[in-house]
Design a protein around this ligand. Structure first.
Ligand code: C5P
Length: 208
């Protein structure tokens, strides 16, 4: 099982970066549960503050490009791919080699960003690809947007979670998710990320 987790950090200059609020907790809970179930787990993780499960192959990365490279390196031969990482959609087009100085003239600083490659979609397009699972963290039209991503990214299962409710999802201990495939929709009520991850892996092992 190959799992991506956490945020990515996209450098602006030597001391600054753009990132997001992902804590990595859902991905780490899934990795731990998969290890307990006897799977060989590779966990490609952005910078987080959690201890990785023992007996998993941890591959630490920082940027979206590094995550992409690590996934491409490890994906061959995996049965299941679970993308929980909040991969930055955009990165600064140019990383300044020295710290950007404040001009002090009230002018806006314009940061040009370039779009990153979609890792999930790239793996889905591969021949002999694993069973593909993605996450859709949404603040509005949760199920509609998640279903669109299932189709667009050509994956097998998308797990939708509402990140507008601060008590679940990003950086929280709990989650409430809806599993969406082409033929079913299944709600897992609010529970700890560990319990939710057990149910998700059960679903995957019954359907992959
Ligand atoms: O399109 P969006 O970022 O909302 O899709 C979320 C899903 O796509 C997650 O599973 C995430 O890990 C994956 N993703 C990716 N590469 C990107 C952006 C998102 O694999 N560049």
């Amino acid at each position: 099982v190959l799992i991506t987790a956490g945020p990515t950090q996209e450098p602006i200059d030597p001391v600054r970066y753009v990132t997001n609020r992902s804590s990595g907790k859902m991905g780490y809970a899934l990795a731990e549960t998969a290890v307990e179930a006897g799977a060989q787990v590779t966990l490609v993780s952005g910078p987080v503050n959690i201890k990785p499960p023992a007996s998993c192959n941890l591959v630490p990365v920082e940027t979206a490009q590094e995550m992409y490279d690590a996934v491409m390196h490890h994906v061959r031969g995996t049965d299941v791919y679970i993308g929980t990482a909040a991969v930055a959609d955009y990165s600064p087009s140019k990383v300044e080699s020295s710290k950007i100085k404040k001009k002090g003239n009230n002018e806006a600083l314009v940061l040009k960003m370039k779009e990153n490659q979609d890792i999930l979609k790239t793996v889905s397009d591969m021949k002999d690809r694993p069973y593909m699972v993605g996450f859709a963290a949404e603040t509005e039209d949760l199920l509609k947007n998640a279903r669109k991503k299932l189709e667009k990214k050509k994956i097998d299962l998308i797990i939708a979670n509402d990140v507008s409710d601060k008590s679940i999802g990003f950086d929280s201990e709990e989650n409430e998710v809806t599993l969406i495939t082409r033929s079913e929709e299944l709600l897992f009520d609010r529970d700890s990320k560990k319990k939710i991850s057990k149910k998700i892996l059960e679903f995957i092992s019954n359907n992959s």
